[in-house]
Design a protein around this ligand. Sequence first.
Ligand code: FES
Length: 335
Amino acid sequence: MPEDFNPGTEGSGGVEGKATEHLPKGTIEPAEMVEVSIDAPQFQVAAAHPERVERGIAVMFLVGLAGFMGFGASYWQNYSNFWLGITLGVGFFGLGIGMVAWGKYLMPRGPFSEARHSAAPTPEEQEAFLTDFTSRGKVAIERRGFLLKLLGAAGGVFAIVAAFPLLRSLGPLPKMLFYHTAWKKGSYLMTAEGRKVHEDDLEKGGVLTVFPQGDIGGALSQTMLIRVEDASYGYVVTAPHRKTWGPKGYLAFSKVCTHAGCPVALYQKALNQLLCPCHQSIFDVGPGRPATPVFGPAPRPLPQLPLYIDSKGFLRAQAPYDEPVGPGFWERGAN
Ligand code: FES
């Protein structure tokens, strides 16, 4: 054992305390300064073969680095959650094992303790502590510069891939998407199978989900086509300015609920009401009833699509919806 190491006190920063029994109560004798070499046993690492352990840790950091890079690539390529979980797990496994092994086998093994009798260190003690504290940690870390760089690389890659959701998962800005659907002047009403809807297709009380050409299945364009039960099969006028919007008993309303956007999927022909199954909003339709909500949380009527029947008997849109479909949003009304 080196002469400059005192295993009896093992004071941090090479400070050894003295007993104070001989002093009056309350008196604190300044601690005696003891020089401790960097080669003292408590500064030695626990590993019997540090180079071997160092190589093992480097391998683990490389594994972690590869895992995080794999996670980033999998995320970017939209791979399944299975691969996201595997690659992220490998990344954390490699990084974690490497860091634990570094701390356990390649850092000074100690133990280190502070002399207890001195609550107020002298300036010399403070200086000795600071010098020792900074030099000990610095020497231990600087000895492993290669590992330090690998650790930085793995941590850096992880920080980058952790930001991927901000770049990719939020998707593109909606821009004017909420204001317009794919309905245009003259659009044919199409079934979900892509067939044009003819005026003979629906009986009284019938209902059908329709889409414009080019947007079959479109979430914003989906429209409920109904043929009201009690109409005389002339024009059904739901509001004074909609005199020609409902030819031969046909009415078309947006299927996107004005509450939270669920599909308004049910038509109660006996009452001439559309029902949203999500929160039970009920919309009144028919002559003088422009899909006004009469029950439930929906705040606005469903927008109506103006229809006409062409010379071959196919149903078509006179014009697009004249207002945004679906729930309210923060900029609604700004344009
Ligand atoms: S989404 Fe239709 S009532 Fe809530």
